[in-house]
Ligand binder design. Structure first.
Ligand SMILES: Cc1cc2nc3c(=O)[nH]c(=O)nc-3n(C[C@H](O)[C@H](O)[C@H](O)COP(=O)(O)OP(=O)(O)OC[C@H]3O[C@@H](n4cnc5c(N)ncnc54)[C@H](O)[C@@H]3O)c2cc1C
Length: 408
């Protein structure tokens, strides 16, 4: 028996499924497993796609240990069911075999700006209901972080091509290399007949450390690097500054594409790192070295200077970190990549849309901005989060957008 089928057969199909309860899009795991085991893979795929159009992606890159797998009841005493493996198989099969139904067009135009997870989800939902969708994207292809951030060894790019093909077959108008907010403004869209605009431009601007040396020629920002790693000449020794998944992706990519010796330097302890434990473990397997509890204080031509950081567990269980400037060291570096987070770019901000202090779109719980007809979801609203969170909120915004489009 195939290992996928074996995994599905282990599922208890709980009435109150904890895996579903802890999934941001409430994936109906028991029903999917039932359909799959009863030989109805297409129906299982349909159910997954209708609930989460990006299930083929999230099944691969979700933090499963925090969501479905982490809450499987079988995991209390033994090995939890790895639903995501079954989901990945069904979802890819569905995308590869999907038959696009005849959808009656309603003639209502909607603009979607940004073709990352939130934009793709919104475009698919709108297209499936017959809306006339134009998808504006600053880059030359769809995917957002899925194509220009997450390394291909974690997420195969042909999946994104399948999504693009489906959207094109559903009739999307795709405008690549078109940055809204540069010459086309949000307010230009309404006179051209768009009834609503959905903004899903993500957080593509890297955060700076604010240190001396950050503009030197051998220093780069993580998301710039991940976009096209082969454009960078990193040299033998790379120091990555940061403690999250992005730092790990940079390190693992650099080992593969530049054969560099990679050290990740960050101020937290190993167990406090924001990166998923699985990813940290994979980085260790790949040969990445870590310097924990170390704060970079200066970037020099061929080294990074850092100080040790004292980690204290407070009475209430919270952590505090204090730099000890008496303990200074240098680590040699031919290149440095800074991976300490991202924020929104400013260029989309037009049409009087209100922003939060962090520069994110200020929306209500339904993704509505103060400007009538302008909605937003994904990282541009939440700040950097996860793909499944972007999908979950986009679905919610879609329901309110549909109401708006019907009544205006
Ligand atoms: C390196 C990295 C690794 C990650 N790993 C994971 C992971 O393993 N699992 C997980 O769940 N999440 C992961 N994330 C987070 C996840 O990718 C994001 O939460 C998700 O992509 C957000 O989707 P989005 O559509 O809001 O934004 P994005 O994916 O950022 O897409 C925004 C799109 O808008 C386009 N755009 C920007 N400005 C404009 C403009 N003015 N006009 C037109 N288009 C514009 C951009 O080019 C981009 O295509 C990772 C993030 C990074 C950076």
């Amino acid at each position: 028996m195939s290992s996928i089928k074996k995994e599905a057969e282990r599922c208890l199909k709980c009435k109150k499924a904890m895996c579903s309860a802890h999934c941001p899009v409430s994936t109906p795991v028991p029903q999917v497993m039932d359909l799959f085991l009863n030989g109805e893979i297409k129906k299982a795929g349909e159910l997954l796609f209708a609930n989460n159009p990006l299930s083929a992606v999230t099944s691969i890159i979700c933090p499963h240990e925090k969501n479905c797998t982490g809450h499987c009841v079988l995991g209390r005493k033994g090995a939890p069911v790895e639903f995501y493996r079954v989901e990945e198989y069904i979802s890819r099969f569905y995308l590869e075999t999907i038959e696009i139904p005849e959808i009656k067009k309603n003639g209502i135009k909607v603009a979607v700006t940004g073709a990352g997870p939130a934009g793709i989800t919104m475009a698919l939902l709108l297209l499936s209901e017959g809306y006339d969708v134009t998808l504006f994207e600053a880059e030359d292809d769809i995917g957002g972080v899925l194509r220009y951030g997450i390394p291909p060894f974690r997420l195969p790019r042909d999946l994104l091509d399948l999504y693009k093909d489906i959207m094109l077959r559903l009739g999307v108008h795709f405008r690549p290399n078109t940055r809204v907010g540069s010459n086309i403004m949000i307010e230009d869209l309404f006179p051209d007949g768009y009834k609503a605009v959905f903004v899903s431009t993500g957080t593509g601007r890297p955060r700076k450390l604010g240190l001396i040396g950050e503009t030197l020629g051998h220093v780069h920002f993580a998301i710039d690097y991940l976009k096209s790693p082969y454009a960078f000449k990193l040299g033998r020794r790379l120091v990555v500054i940061g403690a999250g998944n992005v730092a790990i992706d940079v390190a693992r990519t650099a080992i593969r594409s530049s054969h560099s010796f990679v050290t990740i330097l960050h101020y937290m302890g190993k167990d406090d790192m924001t990166a998923n434990h699985d990813e940290v473990e994979m980085a260790e397997i790949d040969g990445v070295e870590f310097i924990h509890n170390a704060q970079a204080v200066r970037i020099m031509e061929n080294a990074v200077r850092y100080v040790y950081v004292k980690r204290t567990v407070n009475e209430d269980g919270s952590l505090s970190f204090e730099e000890d400037y008496t303990q200074v060291a240098d680590i040699p570096a031919d290149s440095v990549i800074i991976a300490i987070g991202q924020g929104p770019s400013a260029d989309i901000v037009t049409a009087g849309v209100k922003l939060t202090q962090r520069g994110l779109f200020d929306v209500n719980e339904w993704g509505e901005t103060d400007t009538p007809g302008v909605f937003a979801a994904g990282d541009i609203v939440s700040g950097p989060k996860t793909v499944v969170d972007a999908v979950a909120f986009t679905k919610r915004v879609f329901s309110r957008m549909e109401e708006y489009l019907e009544n205006n």
